[in-house]
Design a protein around this ligand. Structure first.
Ligand SMILES: Cc1ncc(COP(=O)(O)O)c(C=O)c1O
Length: 351
Protein backbone atom coordinates (compact mmCIF):
# COMPACT_ATOMS: atom_id res chain seq x y z
CA UNK A 1 0.00 0.00 0.00
CA UNK A 2 1.49 3.33 -1.07
CA UNK A 3 1.07 6.81 0.34
CA UNK A 4 -2.04 7.53 -1.75
CA UNK A 5 -3.86 4.50 -0.35
CA UNK A 6 -2.74 5.38 3.19
CA UNK A 7 -4.07 8.91 2.75
CA UNK A 8 -7.37 7.49 1.49
CA UNK A 9 -7.69 5.23 4.55
CA UNK A 10 -6.87 8.15 6.79
CA UNK A 11 -9.55 10.27 5.10
CA UNK A 12 -12.15 7.58 5.87
CA UNK A 13 -11.07 7.15 9.48
CA UNK A 14 -11.32 10.89 10.04
CA UNK A 15 -14.76 11.00 8.42
CA UNK A 16 -16.26 8.61 10.94
CA UNK A 17 -18.37 7.02 8.18
CA UNK A 18 -17.42 3.38 7.88
CA UNK A 19 -19.98 1.47 5.80
CA UNK A 20 -21.44 2.41 2.42
CA UNK A 21 -21.05 6.18 2.54
CA UNK A 22 -19.71 8.81 0.12
CA UNK A 23 -16.57 6.84 -0.87
CA UNK A 24 -18.72 3.89 -1.97
CA UNK A 25 -21.05 6.21 -3.92
CA UNK A 26 -18.10 7.86 -5.70
CA UNK A 27 -16.43 4.55 -6.44
CA UNK A 28 -19.69 3.23 -7.95
CA UNK A 29 -19.84 6.26 -10.23
CA UNK A 30 -16.16 6.07 -11.24
CA UNK A 31 -16.15 2.33 -11.89
CA UNK A 32 -19.39 2.44 -13.90
CA UNK A 33 -18.03 5.29 -15.98
CA UNK A 34 -14.73 3.46 -16.63
CA UNK A 35 -16.73 0.47 -17.95
CA UNK A 36 -19.19 2.61 -19.92
CA UNK A 37 -22.22 1.41 -17.93
CA UNK A 38 -24.91 3.58 -16.30
CA UNK A 39 -25.53 1.98 -12.90
CA UNK A 40 -23.31 0.34 -10.31
CA UNK A 41 -24.09 -1.33 -6.99
CA UNK A 42 -21.01 -2.04 -4.85
CA UNK A 43 -21.14 -5.19 -2.73
CA UNK A 44 -19.22 -6.92 0.02
CA UNK A 45 -17.59 -9.36 -2.44
CA UNK A 46 -18.01 -10.98 -5.87
CA UNK A 47 -20.02 -13.92 -4.58
CA UNK A 48 -22.69 -11.75 -2.95
CA UNK A 49 -22.76 -9.66 -6.16
CA UNK A 50 -23.70 -12.84 -8.05
CA UNK A 51 -26.23 -13.84 -5.42
CA UNK A 52 -27.93 -10.41 -5.55
CA UNK A 53 -28.14 -10.68 -9.32
CA UNK A 54 -29.86 -14.07 -9.07
CA UNK A 55 -32.34 -12.74 -6.50
CA UNK A 56 -33.04 -9.53 -8.43
CA UNK A 57 -33.98 -11.59 -11.50
CA UNK A 58 -36.26 -13.86 -9.46
CA UNK A 59 -34.10 -16.85 -10.36
CA UNK A 60 -34.91 -19.63 -7.91
CA UNK A 61 -36.21 -23.16 -7.44
CA UNK A 62 -37.29 -24.81 -10.70
CA UNK A 63 -35.05 -22.56 -12.84
CA UNK A 64 -31.88 -23.44 -14.72
CA UNK A 65 -28.89 -21.22 -15.42
CA UNK A 66 -26.28 -22.08 -18.02
CA UNK A 67 -22.63 -21.47 -17.24
CA UNK A 68 -19.13 -22.80 -17.76
CA UNK A 69 -17.69 -25.53 -15.54
CA UNK A 70 -14.19 -24.13 -16.06
CA UNK A 71 -14.28 -21.28 -13.54
CA UNK A 72 -13.88 -20.44 -9.91
CA UNK A 73 -16.53 -22.30 -7.90
CA UNK A 74 -18.40 -19.09 -6.90
CA UNK A 75 -19.74 -18.59 -10.45
CA UNK A 76 -21.83 -21.72 -10.01
CA UNK A 77 -22.42 -21.56 -6.26
CA UNK A 78 -24.54 -18.40 -6.54
CA UNK A 79 -26.95 -20.31 -8.81
CA UNK A 80 -27.35 -23.03 -6.18
CA UNK A 81 -27.57 -20.44 -3.38
CA UNK A 82 -30.62 -19.02 -5.14
CA UNK A 83 -32.16 -22.52 -5.27
CA UNK A 84 -31.75 -22.87 -9.06
CA UNK A 85 -29.82 -25.51 -10.99
CA UNK A 86 -26.54 -24.82 -12.78
CA UNK A 87 -26.28 -26.42 -16.22
CA UNK A 88 -22.68 -26.69 -17.34
CA UNK A 89 -21.70 -26.25 -20.98
CA UNK A 90 -18.23 -27.28 -22.09
CA UNK A 91 -15.54 -24.78 -23.12
CA UNK A 92 -13.90 -24.01 -26.46
CA UNK A 93 -10.25 -25.07 -26.84
CA UNK A 94 -8.59 -21.74 -27.68
CA UNK A 95 -9.46 -19.38 -24.82
CA UNK A 96 -11.11 -21.87 -22.45
CA UNK A 97 -14.34 -19.86 -22.25
CA UNK A 98 -17.86 -21.30 -22.60
CA UNK A 99 -18.37 -22.70 -26.11
CA UNK A 100 -21.22 -20.69 -27.70
CA UNK A 101 -21.85 -23.52 -30.20
CA UNK A 102 -22.88 -25.81 -27.35
CA UNK A 103 -25.24 -23.43 -25.57
CA UNK A 104 -28.40 -23.80 -27.68
CA UNK A 105 -28.74 -27.54 -27.04
CA UNK A 106 -28.46 -26.96 -23.28
CA UNK A 107 -31.41 -24.56 -23.20
CA UNK A 108 -34.65 -25.95 -21.75
CA UNK A 109 -38.08 -24.50 -21.00
CA UNK A 110 -36.85 -23.60 -17.50
CA UNK A 111 -33.60 -21.87 -18.50
CA UNK A 112 -33.54 -18.28 -17.24
CA UNK A 113 -30.03 -16.98 -17.86
CA UNK A 114 -26.53 -17.57 -19.21
CA UNK A 115 -23.46 -16.64 -17.17
CA UNK A 116 -20.35 -16.41 -19.35
CA UNK A 117 -17.06 -15.92 -17.48
CA UNK A 118 -14.24 -13.91 -19.06
CA UNK A 119 -11.72 -16.37 -17.74
CA UNK A 120 -8.10 -15.45 -16.89
CA UNK A 121 -8.73 -11.91 -18.27
CA UNK A 122 -9.72 -13.07 -21.76
CA UNK A 123 -13.18 -12.03 -23.02
CA UNK A 124 -15.68 -14.77 -23.90
CA UNK A 125 -17.37 -14.67 -27.32
CA UNK A 126 -20.01 -12.34 -26.01
CA UNK A 127 -21.67 -11.30 -29.29
CA UNK A 128 -22.74 -14.84 -30.14
CA UNK A 129 -23.86 -15.44 -26.56
CA UNK A 130 -26.01 -12.29 -26.65
CA UNK A 131 -27.62 -13.45 -29.93
CA UNK A 132 -28.51 -16.84 -28.46
CA UNK A 133 -29.88 -15.19 -25.33
CA UNK A 134 -32.01 -12.79 -27.33
CA UNK A 135 -33.50 -15.56 -29.48
CA UNK A 136 -34.39 -17.57 -26.38
CA UNK A 137 -35.45 -14.67 -24.17
CA UNK A 138 -32.70 -15.28 -21.59
CA UNK A 139 -30.77 -12.87 -19.40
CA UNK A 140 -26.98 -12.61 -19.83
CA UNK A 141 -24.98 -12.06 -16.65
CA UNK A 142 -21.29 -11.49 -17.25
CA UNK A 143 -18.86 -12.78 -14.62
CA UNK A 144 -16.02 -10.25 -14.92
CA UNK A 145 -14.20 -11.15 -11.71
CA UNK A 146 -11.03 -11.95 -13.64
CA UNK A 147 -11.27 -9.31 -16.35
CA UNK A 148 -11.26 -5.74 -15.02
CA UNK A 149 -10.43 -3.51 -17.99
CA UNK A 150 -10.56 -6.29 -20.62
CA UNK A 151 -12.19 -5.32 -23.91
CA UNK A 152 -14.24 -7.07 -26.58
CA UNK A 153 -14.37 -5.23 -29.91
CA UNK A 154 -13.14 -2.09 -28.16
CA UNK A 155 -15.83 -2.11 -25.43
CA UNK A 156 -15.24 -2.98 -21.80
CA UNK A 157 -16.42 -6.36 -20.58
CA UNK A 158 -19.21 -5.83 -18.10
CA UNK A 159 -21.03 -3.52 -20.51
CA UNK A 160 -22.63 -6.22 -22.69
CA UNK A 161 -24.91 -8.30 -20.48
CA UNK A 162 -28.14 -7.39 -18.67
CA UNK A 163 -26.00 -7.28 -15.55
CA UNK A 164 -22.37 -8.02 -14.74
CA UNK A 165 -20.50 -8.94 -11.57
CA UNK A 166 -16.94 -8.20 -10.47
CA UNK A 167 -14.86 -9.28 -7.48
CA UNK A 168 -12.23 -7.03 -5.91
CA UNK A 169 -10.48 -9.79 -3.99
CA UNK A 170 -6.90 -8.58 -3.36
CA UNK A 171 -5.27 -10.63 -6.14
CA UNK A 172 -7.64 -9.40 -8.87
CA UNK A 173 -6.53 -6.91 -11.54
CA UNK A 174 -8.38 -4.34 -9.45
CA UNK A 175 -8.04 -5.58 -5.89
CA UNK A 176 -9.07 -4.15 -2.52
CA UNK A 177 -7.12 -4.75 0.67
CA UNK A 178 -9.84 -7.07 1.82
CA UNK A 179 -13.04 -8.16 0.09
CA UNK A 180 -15.22 -6.22 -2.30
CA UNK A 181 -17.42 -6.60 -5.36
CA UNK A 182 -19.74 -4.70 -7.69
CA UNK A 183 -22.73 -5.19 -10.00
CA UNK A 184 -23.07 -3.15 -13.20
CA UNK A 185 -26.18 -2.69 -15.33
CA UNK A 186 -27.75 -0.34 -17.84
CA UNK A 187 -31.15 -1.49 -16.58
CA UNK A 188 -32.23 1.08 -13.99
CA UNK A 189 -34.95 -1.09 -12.43
CA UNK A 190 -32.71 -4.13 -12.03
CA UNK A 191 -29.91 -2.04 -10.54
CA UNK A 192 -32.39 -0.45 -8.12
CA UNK A 193 -33.61 -3.89 -7.06
CA UNK A 194 -30.03 -5.07 -6.43
CA UNK A 195 -29.51 -1.92 -4.35
CA UNK A 196 -32.55 -2.76 -2.22
CA UNK A 197 -31.62 -6.40 -1.70
CA UNK A 198 -28.04 -5.36 -0.84
CA UNK A 199 -29.24 -3.84 2.43
CA UNK A 200 -32.15 -5.77 3.94
CA UNK A 201 -34.61 -4.57 1.28
CA UNK A 202 -34.54 -1.12 2.87
CA UNK A 203 -36.01 1.80 0.96
CA UNK A 204 -35.63 3.75 4.15
CA UNK A 205 -33.71 2.78 7.25
CA UNK A 206 -35.28 -0.08 9.22
CA UNK A 207 -38.18 -0.42 6.74
CA UNK A 208 -37.85 -3.50 4.51
CA UNK A 209 -39.97 -3.33 1.38
CA UNK A 210 -38.65 -6.63 -0.02
CA UNK A 211 -36.52 -9.45 1.34
CA UNK A 212 -32.83 -8.61 1.46
CA UNK A 213 -29.40 -9.49 2.76
CA UNK A 214 -26.38 -7.52 3.93
CA UNK A 215 -23.82 -7.10 1.17
CA UNK A 216 -22.48 -3.60 1.89
CA UNK A 217 -19.02 -2.51 0.80
CA UNK A 218 -17.12 -0.61 3.49
CA UNK A 219 -15.75 2.88 3.04
CA UNK A 220 -12.09 1.95 3.55
CA UNK A 221 -12.18 -0.59 0.72
CA UNK A 222 -14.02 1.86 -1.56
CA UNK A 223 -11.46 4.60 -0.84
CA UNK A 224 -8.58 2.23 -1.62
CA UNK A 225 -10.30 0.99 -4.78
CA UNK A 226 -10.77 4.60 -5.95
CA UNK A 227 -6.99 5.11 -5.74
CA UNK A 228 -6.20 1.82 -7.46
CA UNK A 229 -8.75 2.38 -10.22
CA UNK A 230 -6.62 5.30 -11.46
CA UNK A 231 -3.79 2.85 -12.11
CA UNK A 232 -5.78 -0.06 -13.55
CA UNK A 233 -4.85 0.61 -17.18
CA UNK A 234 -1.19 1.09 -16.32
CA UNK A 235 -1.15 -2.13 -14.27
CA UNK A 236 -2.96 -4.07 -17.01
CA UNK A 237 -0.35 -2.85 -19.50
CA UNK A 238 2.37 -4.20 -17.19
CA UNK A 239 0.62 -7.57 -17.09
CA UNK A 240 0.36 -7.57 -20.89
CA UNK A 241 4.09 -6.81 -21.20
CA UNK A 242 4.94 -9.68 -18.87
CA UNK A 243 2.68 -12.01 -20.88
CA UNK A 244 4.30 -10.95 -24.15
CA UNK A 245 7.73 -11.50 -22.65
CA UNK A 246 6.83 -15.01 -21.47
CA UNK A 247 5.42 -15.78 -24.92
CA UNK A 248 8.61 -14.64 -26.64
CA UNK A 249 10.86 -16.64 -24.33
CA UNK A 250 8.99 -19.90 -24.02
CA UNK A 251 9.91 -22.41 -26.65
CA UNK A 252 6.56 -23.73 -27.67
CA UNK A 253 7.25 -27.42 -28.32
CA UNK A 254 5.02 -29.43 -26.00
CA UNK A 255 3.54 -26.25 -24.62
CA UNK A 256 0.38 -24.33 -25.43
CA UNK A 257 0.61 -20.63 -24.67
CA UNK A 258 -2.41 -18.36 -24.09
CA UNK A 259 -4.00 -17.26 -27.36
CA UNK A 260 -5.15 -13.73 -28.01
CA UNK A 261 -7.99 -12.93 -30.36
CA UNK A 262 -7.41 -9.91 -32.60
CA UNK A 263 -10.71 -8.30 -31.49
CA UNK A 264 -10.01 -8.57 -27.75
CA UNK A 265 -7.85 -6.97 -25.10
CA UNK A 266 -6.71 -9.79 -22.79
CA UNK A 267 -5.64 -8.38 -19.40
CA UNK A 268 -3.86 -11.48 -18.07
CA UNK A 269 -5.36 -11.86 -14.66
CA UNK A 270 -3.56 -15.18 -15.08
CA UNK A 271 -0.99 -16.40 -17.57
CA UNK A 272 -1.92 -20.03 -18.08
CA UNK A 273 0.14 -22.48 -20.11
CA UNK A 274 -0.77 -26.06 -20.98
CA UNK A 275 1.35 -29.17 -21.05
CA UNK A 276 0.73 -32.87 -20.56
CA UNK A 277 3.72 -32.78 -18.19
CA UNK A 278 1.93 -30.30 -15.95
CA UNK A 279 2.42 -32.02 -12.58
CA UNK A 280 6.10 -32.70 -13.21
CA UNK A 281 6.69 -29.14 -14.40
CA UNK A 282 4.91 -27.71 -11.36
CA UNK A 283 7.12 -29.78 -9.06
CA UNK A 284 10.26 -28.79 -10.96
CA UNK A 285 9.38 -25.09 -10.70
CA UNK A 286 8.64 -25.41 -7.00
CA UNK A 287 11.93 -27.17 -6.39
CA UNK A 288 13.54 -24.13 -8.00
CA UNK A 289 11.69 -21.57 -5.90
CA UNK A 290 8.85 -20.73 -8.30
CA UNK A 291 5.25 -21.21 -7.19
CA UNK A 292 2.97 -22.06 -10.10
CA UNK A 293 -0.70 -22.54 -9.34
CA UNK A 294 -3.50 -24.62 -10.90
CA UNK A 295 -6.67 -22.65 -11.58
CA UNK A 296 -8.66 -24.77 -11.19
CA UNK A 297 -7.79 -28.39 -10.46
CA UNK A 298 -11.39 -29.66 -10.14
CA UNK A 299 -13.93 -28.20 -12.59
CA UNK A 300 -17.31 -27.21 -11.15
CA UNK A 301 -19.27 -30.13 -12.62
CA UNK A 302 -16.91 -32.58 -10.88
CA UNK A 303 -17.15 -30.91 -7.46
CA UNK A 304 -18.81 -33.36 -5.05
CA UNK A 305 -21.80 -31.04 -4.55
CA UNK A 306 -22.64 -30.97 -8.27
CA UNK A 307 -21.93 -34.61 -8.89
CA UNK A 308 -24.66 -35.34 -6.40
CA UNK A 309 -27.09 -32.80 -7.85
CA UNK A 310 -26.56 -32.98 -11.57
CA UNK A 311 -26.06 -35.72 -14.10
CA UNK A 312 -26.52 -33.72 -17.31
CA UNK A 313 -22.93 -32.84 -17.87
CA UNK A 314 -20.62 -33.87 -20.59
CA UNK A 315 -17.68 -31.53 -20.34
CA UNK A 316 -14.83 -33.64 -21.62
CA UNK A 317 -12.68 -30.81 -22.94
CA UNK A 318 -12.85 -29.07 -19.57
CA UNK A 319 -11.77 -32.29 -17.88
CA UNK A 320 -8.83 -32.78 -20.23
CA UNK A 321 -7.68 -29.17 -20.05
CA UNK A 322 -7.95 -28.91 -16.28
CA UNK A 323 -5.33 -31.69 -16.08
CA UNK A 324 -2.89 -29.72 -18.22
CA UNK A 325 -3.08 -26.11 -17.06
CA UNK A 326 -0.49 -24.26 -15.03
CA UNK A 327 -0.61 -20.58 -14.03
CA UNK A 328 2.78 -18.84 -14.15
CA UNK A 329 3.43 -15.87 -11.88
CA UNK A 330 1.99 -12.64 -13.30
CA UNK A 331 1.37 -9.39 -11.43
CA UNK A 332 2.31 -5.79 -12.20
CA UNK A 333 5.28 -5.70 -9.81
CA UNK A 334 6.91 -8.86 -11.24
CA UNK A 335 10.37 -8.03 -12.60
CA UNK A 336 11.54 -8.95 -16.08
CA UNK A 337 14.47 -10.80 -14.44
CA UNK A 338 11.99 -13.00 -12.62
CA UNK A 339 10.11 -13.67 -15.87
CA UNK A 340 13.41 -14.59 -17.53
CA UNK A 341 14.17 -17.00 -14.70
CA UNK A 342 10.78 -18.72 -14.84
CA UNK A 343 10.90 -19.03 -18.64
CA UNK A 344 14.40 -20.45 -18.68
CA UNK A 345 13.47 -23.04 -16.01
CA UNK A 346 10.50 -24.13 -18.14
CA UNK A 347 12.61 -24.33 -21.30
CA UNK A 348 15.27 -26.35 -19.45
CA UNK A 349 12.63 -28.72 -18.10
CA UNK A 350 10.95 -29.28 -21.45
CA UNK A 351 14.28 -29.74 -23.20
C1 LIG B 1 -14.65 -16.06 -11.89
C2 LIG B 1 -14.96 -15.66 -10.47
N1 LIG B 1 -16.25 -15.52 -10.09
C3 LIG B 1 -16.58 -15.17 -8.83
C4 LIG B 1 -15.62 -14.92 -7.88
C5 LIG B 1 -16.06 -14.63 -6.48
O1 LIG B 1 -15.55 -13.44 -5.96
P1 LIG B 1 -15.23 -13.25 -4.40
O2 LIG B 1 -14.06 -14.07 -4.05
O3 LIG B 1 -14.97 -11.77 -4.29
O4 LIG B 1 -16.46 -13.62 -3.66
C6 LIG B 1 -14.27 -15.03 -8.23
C7 LIG B 1 -13.21 -14.69 -7.27
O5 LIG B 1 -12.49 -15.26 -6.66
C8 LIG B 1 -13.93 -15.42 -9.55
O6 LIG B 1 -12.65 -15.58 -9.93
Amino acid sequence: MGSEERAAVDRVLRSGIIAQGPEVAKFEEEFASMCGVEHAVATSNGTTAGHLVMLSNNIGPGDEVITTPFTFFATASVIMMAGAKPVFVDIEPRFYNIDPNKIQSAISSTTKAIIPVHLYGCPAEIDTILDIAKKNNLKVIEDCSQSHGAKYQGKNVGSFGDLSCFSFYPTKNLGAIGDGGIILSNNKALAAKCRLIREYGWKERYISSIDGINSRLDEIQAAILRVKLKYLDRDNQKRIKIAEHYSELLEINNLKLPEVSSNCLHVYHLFVIRTTLRNELKEYLEANGVFANIQYPVPCHLQPIYRENDSSNNCLLTEKISNEILSLPVYPELSIDAVNKVASLINQFLA
